[in-house]
Design a binder for this molecule. Structure first.
Ligand SMILES: [Zn+2]
Length: 240
């Protein structure tokens, strides 16, 4: 069977387990018939602020709604500052929590703060992750308030080093969103990264709810397929 990425394919991801992802974004995605990956960490204020972060029960609800739950590590530390043992332990903790709450063990990973190292990539491979998502760098300059990045090209990018094509934040506008969609051609996919909608804790990755609705409406009106990262296995040839 030949597999390939069709024009206009969008991979939708949400980082950090922000409450508004369950209360605001998820219902819109369900209405649109879109899938997405939610990357969960117990770092940031996940353990202390349940008004702004999901509970594990709510993470389970996202799974029950058909969304993918991905591993964003226990502490949300830069992998560049962690020993192999500490990173492995942080990954296993999220796996354990998923298992405890009846959520499948994640098959995809997201680098906290977008930082990555060759050693971490190697470790993710050993652990058996199929895909991992990073930010827009090094191909595009990293702007912590959002910006453009490369499309995912399976012929060019390691599946454990998948870039963000559009990082939502105050510096990323509707034209940037349209630009990110234009990159989804010639076998490449657009990868979108959102945080909270809204994100009250981290204003530099905040997305206005009305802006998010406008983006999702555009994807609907223009017939885009919107998938979770794990679903890439349907579109690319995987090494066994
Ligand atoms: Zn994060």
């Amino acid at each position: 069977m030949s597999v390939s990425i069709p024009d206009g394919l969008v991979i939708l991801t949400f980082d950090d387990g922000v409450k508004s992802q369950r209360t605001f974004a998820a219902p819109i995605l369900r209405e649109c018939g879109f899938n997405a990956t939610f990357y969960i960490t117990e770092g940031l204020n996940f353990l202390t602020d349940k008004t702004r972060y999901l509970t594990w029960e709510e993470v389970r609800e996202l799974h029950d709604l058909g969304f993918e739950i991905g591993n964003h590590t226990r502490q949300h530390k830069s992998v560049a500052n962690q020993s192999r043992e500490e990173l492995l332990s942080d990954i296993r903790h999220i796996d354990w929590q998923c298992n405890h709450y009846g959520i499948p063990i994640p098959t995809t990973f997201c680098y906290p703060g977008y930082t990555n190292t060759p050693e971490a990539v190697e470790m993710l491979k050993e652990r058996g992750f199929k895909f991992a998502r990073r930010g827009t760098a090094p191909e595009y300059p990293y702007d912590r308030e959002g910006g453009r990045g490369p499309a995912y090209n399976p012929g060019e990018h390691d599946p454990l080093f998948i870039p963000t094509t559009g990082a939502s934040g105050p510096h990323w506008n509707f034209d940037d969103f349209l630009w990110s969609l234009d990159q989804a051609q010639n076998g490449c996919a657009t990868v979108l990264t959102f945080h909270g909608v809204p994100d009250l804790d981290h204003p530099w990755v905040h997305t206005e709810p009305a802006f998010f609705e406008r983006c999702m409406q555009y994807l609907t009106d223009n017939g885009h397929s919107v998938i979770a990262l794990r679903d890439l296995t349907n579109y690319i040839a995987m090494e066994s």
